[in-house]
Design a protein around this ligand. Structure first.
Ligand code: FE2
Length: 428
């Protein structure tokens, strides 16, 4: 038996020690002590071998544009949207593509190999849609890029958004998006959810809406989203992104809402980095956290993934394509500090988000796509704690990124020369 690549001696996220044998772009074997030849062997001894990171919520048309044409002074969502409106007419096909490809390089280096990106359809030129469709094709041998038609300025509020969103779907955009809380009225928001879900049902597409990204407890479009999902038989194909208003909602109302989401199999993607900096901006003190009710949703059986949303754009001045940063922040804001909850936070930037995106070939299993990441950590919790280095990244059978272990060298009398901050071998 021979393989093209063997990742030897690592530990899988579930704690099993196993070698991973890869043939072509598929995982051909997962077992301890794999006896076989291989074109290349990666030594993963003492390391975590995990499926690649997945970002279920991103804006690749805006990424790496921070400061153009100016920065967001208030830090609010609304100023971010206004600023993006100033930048949009200045966009060129080449610039959007160059920034997106540069970001994809960052993603690969961080083991982030599946991304669902929204693309703004409120531009008669649909320039970003064209650019990102090209990027999707160009990166397809190493990143699974899924595009969401996103009417940023409102499906009804913007005069041509409806027509342009439908055009974008005709051009091959994968998922139907929306922004009901930004429509002129609650009624328009509700109506937009209905029409967008009907469009998705007619085309056999998934739905992923920016939903209730506000501190207003009366923003309840998630209820309509669950209702339409149920009515149109879209179970398991609809996601509500952000859902920050749920943080501020009345507890009795939430006790009715969560079972509706369960019934409709609607998933949720909070974006902890963004939610914690953008929400609560109108509060003095106490100041709301602004992230949705993650542990409560998980306890009800609702699938939840963590998204990154933004990197260096009109809404967020930081970000580094690091889904462990996202898991780290999500863990803190949701206070998910039990061992099981911390491990779950790792799943939320890997397997749970892959399920939300409908990636059937994803995961560490025989016959699945041979994409994985070797992390300088003993287990998922340590990976989050250290935001561990990605030592090797394998995408569809090819080693696409690698970096050496980077211990610090100490010059302290009587102390070890080398320190790694690993739980079991921090001092050598
Ligand atoms: Fe977003």
């Amino acid at each position: 038996m021979s393989f093209d690549l063997i990742v030897r001696g690592g530990t899988l996220p579930d704690g099993r020690a196993a070698d991973v044998g890869i043939r072509g772009d598929r995982i051909a074997a997962i077992e301890p002590g794999l006896e076989a030849e291989a074109g290349r062997v990666i030594d993963a001894a003492g390391c975590l071998v995990a499926p690649p990171f997945v970002d279920p919520h991103f804006h690749m048309d805006a990424t790496l544009s921070y400061g153009i044409p100016r920065i967001n002074a208030s830090g609010t969502l609304l100023e971010g949207i206004a600023l993006w409106g100033e930048l949009k007419p200045l966009l060129t096909h080449g610039a959007v593509k160059e920034r997106a490809l540069r970001y994809c390089d960052w993603a690969v280096s961080m083991g982030l190999l599946a991304i669902r990106t929204h693309v703004d359809t409120c531009d008669d030129r649909l320039l970003a849609v064209e650019a990102l469709l090209e990027v999707k094709k160009e990166v397809s041998s190493y990143i699974d890029l899924q595009l969401v038609a996103f009417p940023q300025d409102g499906f009804y509020r913007d005069p041509t958004a409806r027509e342009n969103t439908i055009r974008a779907l005709d051009m091959g955009v994968d998922v139907v998006g929306g922004i009901p809380h930004f429509e002129r009225t609650m009624a328009d928001g509700r109506r937009s959810v209905t029409e967008l879900c009907e469009i998705a049902a007619a085309r056999g597409l998934m739905v992923d809406m920016h939903c209730d990204e506000t501190d207003d407890p009366m923003s309840r479009h998630i209820e309509q989203l669950a209702y339409e999902t149920q009515r149109l038989g879209l179970h398991g194909r609809v996601n509500g992104s952000h859902l920050t208003s749920m943080h501020s909602m009345d507890n009795y109302y939430v006790s009715k809402l969560l079972p509706l989401m369960v019934e409709a199999e609607v998933s949720a993607v909070p974006n902890p980095l963004i939610n914690i900096v953008i929400q609560g901006r109108h509060d003095t003190y106490p100041k709301r956290r602004g992230m949705t009710r993650v542990p409560e949703m998980i306890a009800h059986g609702i699938r939840v993934g963590f998204g990154q949303d933004c990197v260096l754009d009109p809404w967020y001045p930081l970000g580094a394509a690091d889904m462990l940063d996202v898991a780290f922040m999500g863990l803190h804001v949701a206070q998910m500090t039990s061992p099981a909850d911390m491990a779950r936070c790792f799943d939320m930037v890997t397997t749970e988000s892959a399920a939300i995106m409908g990636l059937d070939d994803y995961g560490l299993g025989v016959g699945k796509t041979a994409s994985l990441v070797v992390l300088d950590a003993v287990d998922p919790v340590e990976a989050i704690r250290l935001r561990a280095d990605r030592l090797f990244v394998v995408a569809k059978g090819n080693v696409v990124a690698e970096r050496p272990k980077q211990p610090a060298w100490l010059s302290l009398p009587g102390r070890p020369a080398r320190v790694e901050r690993r739980r079991e071998s921090s001092l050598e």
